[in-house]
Design a protein around this ligand. Structure first.
Ligand code: FCB
Length: 486
């Protein structure tokens, strides 16, 4: 055998590992964060309109009234997506735009917006992925009690039927909820999200009714959509890690895993609430009356894809280990806990990691572990990364460019983690970058920029950041580009 002399060996980089055939490349947004047109064409307020108008709730008093004006600029936005080579667009539907009071007949003008958006996407060769609920409950339904009331899940099933009827012929992938954990526990527990209630028992009740609404909607969608349609839900599964190897910290991690993750994956994917969750929270709710006969069967109807959103891991301990501990778990500071029954758990910022503008540690291994753990625990359901991305303090240079090398590094690291998980056996079908463009970042208003496209809110001009061009290159190659000096 002839050894190749290193000095004459070919200098070409090895062929980059390609993503699996059919792997979907997308970007995501949500209705209240981008649409604007808050009072147009019959739309009525959602809980986020009310919340953002309540003094002190959203930074700088920002609201989604105008946002990125996607409602009027959607054609330009789709054209931009096409130029970037995106294969899929994940958007959400504003419930109070299509069914203003959350009850009764739909408003055609509202439905028309989504019909036109979807047609535009299809025309551009971009697959629409519709989320029915990204946190914006019609205010009238909150006035009637909101998610802690069981009847809200009936309303949601009706709304799902309206949307399946309106878009079922042209949307192939449907997601019931985005991050129901946030709706239940930030909305009704810590109160940092709309509707801003701070009632631990109501938060748990909301979680069950969101689960029930999911199950009912899946049944409705299955009944109305063509057989090839895919149904899903998106969860922000917390990648929980104990601070130390102690039994007490392991218990803290178990508790946060229960009320952060398994409260959804248990009923949805196994048809049961975890016993430890029930034990941890039974002083707050009577699960035997909250959960009716038949609920768990309804909630656990099969789904085709599980969406996972990941930004940063969650490092926990018991309070005694509290040096450097914080009440801020990364979801926003509040005097009230979003962890009913486990309020004593302390949260930590992992040391030695770079951080985004949200102060979230950058940790791609968290995504790798999340995908591996989830596919090990639920091998029957394929995964889709439905959100991943980072906020940085982006600005436009005098030459009119937005350079965001930190975001490129973040995306590279996390896509590499996805690729490693796929190589190690996780069935991951695609990746959606959060977000297509800068938008209303909930309680942080417009102060945090997650977009790969910069939005100049004064002019509504869009400027693709360097990361948008980088992502377009990844999509073209269907592989990660080489890093470092070539
Ligand atoms: C997720 C939300 C999304 C966005 C990102 C940063 O929790 O689903 O709307 O705010 O965080």
């Amino acid at each position: 055998m002839t050894a190749v002399r290193p000095d004459i060996a070919p200098k070409q980089a090895p062929e980059a590992t390609r993503f699996p055939t059919g792997f979907v490349w997308g970007a995501a947004t949500a209705a209240y964060q981008v649409e604007g047109a808050a009072a147009e064409d019959g739309r009525t307020p959602s809980i986020w309109d009310t919340f953002s108008r309540t003094p002190g709730k959203v930074r700088n008093g920002d609201t989604g009234d105008i946002a990125a004006d996607h409602y009027h600029l959607y054609r330009d936005d789709v054209a931009l997506m096409k130029r970037l080579g995106l294969k899929a667009y994940r958007f959400s539907i504003s419930w109070s735009r299509v069914q203003p009071t959350g009850r009764g007949p739909a408003v055609e003008r509202g439905l028309d917006f989504y019909r036109k958006l979807v047609d535009e996407l299809l025309e551009a060769g971009i697959t629409p992925v519709a989320t029915l609920y990204h946190w914006d409950l019609p205010q009238e339904l909150e006035d009637a009690g909101g998610w802690p009331q069981r009847v809200t899940s009936d309303r949601f099933a009706d709304y799902a039927a309206i949307m399946a009827g309106a878009l079922g012929d042209r949307v192939g992938t449907w997601t019931t909820f985005n991050e129901p954990w946030c709706s239940a526990f930030l909305g009704y527990g810590s109160g940092v999200h709309a509707p801003g209630r701070t009632e631990p028992a109501s938060a748990l009740r909301a979680a069950h009714h969101l689960n029930l609404a999911h199950g009912r909607a899946i049944e409705v969608l299955r009944g109305q959509l063509p057989a090839a349609a895919q149904t899903s839900v998106t969860l922000n599964l917390h990648q929980v890690r104990p601070l130390t190897a102690s039994a007490a910290d392991a218990d803290a991690a178990r508790r946060i895993d229960a009320v952060g993750n398994r409260i959804f994956t248990g009923p949805m994917l196994r048809g049961e609430y975890p016993e430890d969750l029930i034990a941890d929270t039974r002083h707050l709710v009577d699960w035997s009356t909250l959960v009716h006969d038949g609920d768990l069967a309804a909630i656990s109807g099969p789904i085709d894809v599980l969406g996972v959103n990941y930004y940063t891991p969650t490092l926990v301990s018991t309070p005694e280990k509290g040096a450097g501990s914080t009440r801020d778990d990364g979801h926003g500071a509040s005097d009230y806990s979003p962890w009913p029954g486990s309020e004593h758990v302390a949260f930590h910022l992992s040391e030695g990691k770079q951080r985004t503008a949200m102060n979230w540690a950058i940790d791609p291994d968290g995504l790798y572990n999340l995908l591996m753990d989830t596919s090990r625990d639920h091998p029957e359901v394929p995964l889709m990364v439905t959100e991943n991305g980072a906020a940085f303090d982006d600005y436009v240079s005098p030459e009119g460019r937005v350079e965001d090398p930190e975001r490129i590094a973040y995306l590279h690291g996390h896509l590499d983690a996805v690729q490693r998980a796929v190589a190690d056996g996780a069935d991951v079908r695609g990746y959606f970058l959060w977000s297509l463009m800068d938008n209303f970042e909930w309680a942080y208003g417009y102060s945090k920029r997650f977009g790969t496209v910069y939005v100049d809110y004064a002019s509504q001009r869009r400027i693709p950041k360097a990361s948008a061009h980088w992502y377009a290159d990844v999509i073209r190659r269907h592989a990660l580009p080489p890093t470092g000096p070539s």
